[in-house]
Ligand binder design. Structure first.
Ligand SMILES: Cc1cc2nc3c(=O)[nH]c(=O)nc-3n(C[C@H](O)[C@H](O)[C@H](O)COP(=O)(O)OP(=O)(O)OC[C@H]3O[C@@H](n4cnc5c(N)ncnc54)[C@H](O)[C@@H]3O)c2cc1C
Length: 384
C-alpha cells in the first residue's frame, strides 16, 4: 500500500537526533512527521553511555523522567586505565547514565509522539525528493512511501540517504571510527560498580577499550578505534574485541557473554562534507558529529537535532530555508562540535604516543594527563 502525505517538516530517522528534532518542532507547534525503517522498541549497537550533558538536554525536552524510569545504571566515577593497570580517575559531580538503546530510543520516540509529532514506523526512505525547477529538497520517498515537506531533516545515521543528494561519498579513513561491543555478565569492578573504565593500550591505537557499569547484571564492554589506525592491524574487529577480553583476565575471568559481538561505524567530527543544502538539514551521525576521542555521539545527536529543529521552525516561519538560516545552523555545529573535535584529535595522538613510548610512566607527564583528564577538559558533553 502506498503511503503518501505532506507536512511542514519531515524527519528521516527516529534515533536521538531525529526524535530530538521532532519533539522540538512539535512543541513549537510545527506540523512534523518522523519516519523510521525500524519498529520500536529497536536496539542500536552502542556503548549505551548517556552523559550528564545529554541527560540535561533530555530533561529540557521533557523525556528524562521516562528514560530514568527504565532500567539504567549511574556512572559517578570514570578511570583511564594505562598498561600495567595504573588508573587516572575522576569523579562526576553530576552522574552520567548507562541506558540500553532500545529503552533510550523508545523513550525519545514516545516523547516525540507525546509532543504531537506524527511517527511512522517500518518505513524505509530510499532517497530525498528534489524540485526539478528549484533543485530544493522537497521531501523523501521509499518503495511504498512518498512525502512532501517544506524542510527535510536527515537524521538517519552514518549511511544517510542525504549523502548522495549532497553529492558526497560516505566518510572514510580518519573521518570514521569502528567499534565492537557485547554484553557480559559477572564482570569484576575493582574501582566500584559505578565506575566507567577506558583502557588506553598500544594494541588499540587511536582508540580504547571500555567496560561500563552493569544494568540488571549486564555490562557493556567494547573496543573503539579510528578507522585509519584500525586499518593497520591484522585480524578483524571481533578479534580485537576478543583480544581485549584476553588481556584482562582480572576483569573477565568470572564473566560470561550474553548475546553476540556487534559492530557498527561512527562518523567522526569534524564533518568532511556539507551538513545542509536547500531544503535539507543533516543531524546526528548523518552529519558526521561523533567525538573522535571518546566515540560519543548521543549528546551530539540530540544537540544537533534540537538546533536543526530550531532552524527548520525558523524556515517555516520565514517561508523557506534561507542561506542565512542554514549558515546559522552550520555555525552552531561548528562552534559546539566541529572546532572542539580538532583538539580532541590532537589529544588522541598524544595519548597514543605516550602509551606507545611508555612515557606515560614519567611523573611530570603523568601529572599532566591526570590534570587534563580529572579536569574534564575533554568532556564537553558532560558539562554543557
Ligand atoms: C559500538 C558503538 C558504541 C557507541 N557508544 C556510545 C556511547 O556509549 N555513548 C554515546 O554517546 N555514543 C556512542 N556511540 C555513538 C552513538 O551510538 C551514535 O552517535 C548515535 O546513535 C547517533 O544518533 P542518531 O540519531 O544520529 O543515529 P541513530 O541512533 O543511528 O538513529 C538513526 C535512525 O535512522 C533510522 N534509519 C536509518 N536509515 C533509514 C532509512 N533509510 N529510512 C528510514 N529510517 C532510517 C534507523 O533505523 C535509526 O533508528 C557508539 C557507537 C557505536 C557504533
Amino acid at each position: 500500500m502506498q503511503l503518501e502525505g505532506a507536512s511542514q517538516v519531515l524527519v528521516i530517522g527516529a534515533g536521538p537526533a531525529g526524535s530530538a528534532a521532532a519533539t522540538t518542532l512539535a512543541r513549537a507547534g510545527v506540523d512534523v512527521c518522523m519516519v523510521d525503517r525500524a519498529r520500536f522498541p529497536r536496539d542500536k549497537t552502542c556503548g549505551d553511555a548517556v552523559s550528564a550533558g545529554a541527560m540535561r538536554l533530555l530533561d529540557a525536552m521533557g523525556v528524562a523522567a521516562d528514560v530514568l524510569a527504565r532500567p539504567h545504571a549511574s556512572v559517578v566515577h570514570a578511570s583511564a586505565v594505562f598498561p600495567g593497570g595504573e588508573r587516572i580517575g575522576r569523579d562526576y559531580l553530576q552522574p552520567g547514565y548507562i541506558v540500553g538503546r532500545s529503552e533510550l530510543d523508545d523513550a525519545l520516540r514516545r516523547g516525540a509522539e507525546r509532543a504531537g509529532a506524527t511517527v511512522l514506523e517500518g518505513v524505509a526512505v530510499r532517497r530525498v525528493l528534489r524540485d526539478p525547477e528549484t533543485d530544493f529538497v522537497v521531501g523523501a520517498r521509499g518503495d511504498r512511501f512518498r512525502w512532501r515537506a517544506g524542510v527535510t531533516i536527515a537524521a538517519d545515521g552514518p549511511f544517510s540517504v542525504a549523502l548522495p543528494a549532497l553529492g558526497c561519498e560516505r566518510p572514510r579513513g580518519r573521518h570514521v571510527g569502528v567499534a565492537a561491543t557485547a554484553y557480559l555478565r559477572g564482570v569484576t569492578f575493582p574501582a566500584g560498580p559505578a565506575t566507567a573504565d577506558h583502557y588506553i593500550e598500544s594494541e588499540l591505537p587511536l582508540g580504547y577499550g571500555w567496560i561500563f557499569p552493569a544494568v540488571e547484571g549486564l555490562s557493556n564492554v567494547g573496543v573503539y578505534q579510528r578507522r585509519d589506525a584500525y586499518g593497520q592491524r591484522s585480524g578483524g574487529l571481533r578479534a580485537a574485541f576478543e583480544a581485549f577480553l584476553d588481556r584482562h583476565p582480572e576483569r573477565f575471568c568470572n564473566a560470561e557473554r550474553v548475546g553476540r559481538v556487534r559492530n557498527w561505524s561512527l562518523p567522526l567530527a569534524a564533518p568532511p562534507h556539507a551538513i545542509s543544502a536547500p531544503g535539507l538539514l543533516l543531524a546526528g551521525d548523518a552529519a558526521c558529529l561523533v567525538d573522535p576521542l571518546s566515540g560519543e555521539g548521543i549528546w551530539q545527536a540530540i544537540f544537533s537535532g534540537v538546533e536543526a529543529a530550531k532552524t527548520a521552525a525558523g524556515a517555516i516561519a520565514e517561508g523557506n530555508l534561507s542561506p542565512r538560516l542554514r549558515k546559522r545552523y552550520e555555525r552552531a555545529i561548528k562552534t559546539r562540535i566541529a572546532r572542539p573535535s580538532f583538539g580532541k584529535r590532537a589529544v588522541q595522538h598524544c595519548l597514543q604516543g605516550l602509551v606507545k613510548s611508555g612515557l606515560y610512566r614519567l611523573r611530570p607527564l603523568r601529572g599532566s594527563v591526570r590534570r587534563i583528564y580529572a579536569g574534564g577538559f575533554l568532556e564537553m558533553t558532560k558539562r554543557s
